[in-house]
Design a protein around this ligand. Structure first.
Ligand SMILES: [Zn+2]
Length: 350
């Protein structure tokens, strides 16, 4: 089969489209023919060699795959050839104390798809059967690949880690990102009044279309004061944050008394200063969120099936142009998700 392999780390990294042996399922595993696979910031970290886990090269990236089951191991009972599935990117062990109680996001022995094993930028991918979720009727492969990782991350943040109360001011940072575009939709449908930040006019238009009540320009250094002004000095009750660094500090500046910041990323910096005085006086809360539970992924797909959660797809690339997809995400100009479709015919012209 054909697979894109990362040969050398860098910015950009070196990729090659290669013919590799077809994957063979071990006990408890299935092989999925990939119909679409989403790109995420995780892939850029892998490309740049900046993940805090050892990575063996060559490696086929791709952590947000959707497709059709084409082979199952002899002991697999829950899946059959032809089933349409989404693949959970955090390949949880299914046996540790957290997995046993449905908290797969806290698994003690997780394996990251496309990082610690070969992922979905290939015609086929081999995964444990427990990592699959069935695609509900009406959810196609591209929709799934655009929501499976980022959308379910937002679902986990907003329905598992924190609670959105009716009428809460919910600040969503980075409206046009995968997490941001899903968080706006989820928070507003849970009754929140969403304020979104975005750096370009195109991204701000998208945020309004997705349900943000107010959209502010994140390139204005005084955006946190703007949040306070919009909310009548009340501040945001809840902040969905995934950028880190200085942005996280600014989120605290516009956080309401008793407000909560839930964060799942640190693309702009892994360290942030925290002034403890206002933190305890205003009884702020900072909640970390990571990955998702299987129940969050199922909820995400259900929301997509009923039309409550819509994928935002910026572009779909064929397999042999995967490196261009990486470049597009790195350039930070994309609106929503960049996908790779291994069976997409080569686009003509562009
Ligand atoms: Zn586990």
């Amino acid at each position: 089969m054909k697979a894109v392999q990362l040969i050398a780390h860098g910015q950009p990294g070196q990729f090659e489209l290669r013919d590799v042996p077809d994957p063979v399922p071990a006990p408890g595993e299935v092989v999925v023919q990939v119909q679409a696979c989403g790109l995420n910031h995780l892939d850029l970290w892998l490309e740049q060699g900046e993940l805090p886990v050892p990575v063996q090269l060559p490696r086929t990236p791709g952590c947000e795959a959707a497709g059709r089951v084409v082979e199952v191991a002899g002991d697999v009972r829950n899946w059959k050839v032809g089933d349409e599935v989404a693949v959970q990117s955090n390949l949880f062990c299914g046996q540790c104390e957290y997995c046993r109680r449905g908290e797969e996001s806290m698994c003690l022995q997780p394996v990251m798809l496309g990082v610690q094993c070969d992922g979905g930028f290939a015609e086929k991918v081999r995964v444990p059967e427990r990592a699959l979720a069935r695609l509900p009727q009406g959810v196609d492969f591209q929709t799934s690949a655009a929501l499976t990782l980022a959308g379910s991350t937002a679902m986990h943040m907003l329905t598992n880690c924190v609670t959105v109360r009716e009428g809460d001011w919910v600040l969503v940072v980075g409206a046009a990102s995968g997490v941001g575009s899903a968080a706006i939709q989820i928070a507003s449908q849970l009754g929140g009044r969403v304020i979104a930040t975005a750096s370009t006019e195109a991204k701000r238009v998208l945020a309004r279309q997705l349900g943000a009540e107010v959209v502010i320009d994140s390139s204005d250094t005084k955006w946190s004061a703007e949040v306070r002004r919009i909310t009548g000095k009340h501040g945001a009750d809840l902040v969905v944050e995934h950028v880190g660094g200085e942005v996280l500090r600014q989120c605290f500046e516009c956080l309401a008394r008793g407000g909560t910041i839930v964060t799942c990323g640190a693309t702009a910096g892994k360290e942030a200063a925290l002034n403890l005085w206002p933190f305890f006086v205003k009884q702020h809360r900072l909640v970390g969120s990571y990955s998702r539970n299987s129940s969050d992924l199922e909820a995400t797909l259900d929301w997509a099936a009923t039309g409550k959660l819509k994928p935002v797809i910026h572009a779909v690339y064929p397999l042999d142009r995967t490196a261009e997809a990486f470049a597009a995400l790195r350039a930070r100009t994309v609106l929503g998700k960049v996908l790779v479709d291994p069976f997409e015919p080569e686009a003509e012209g562009d």
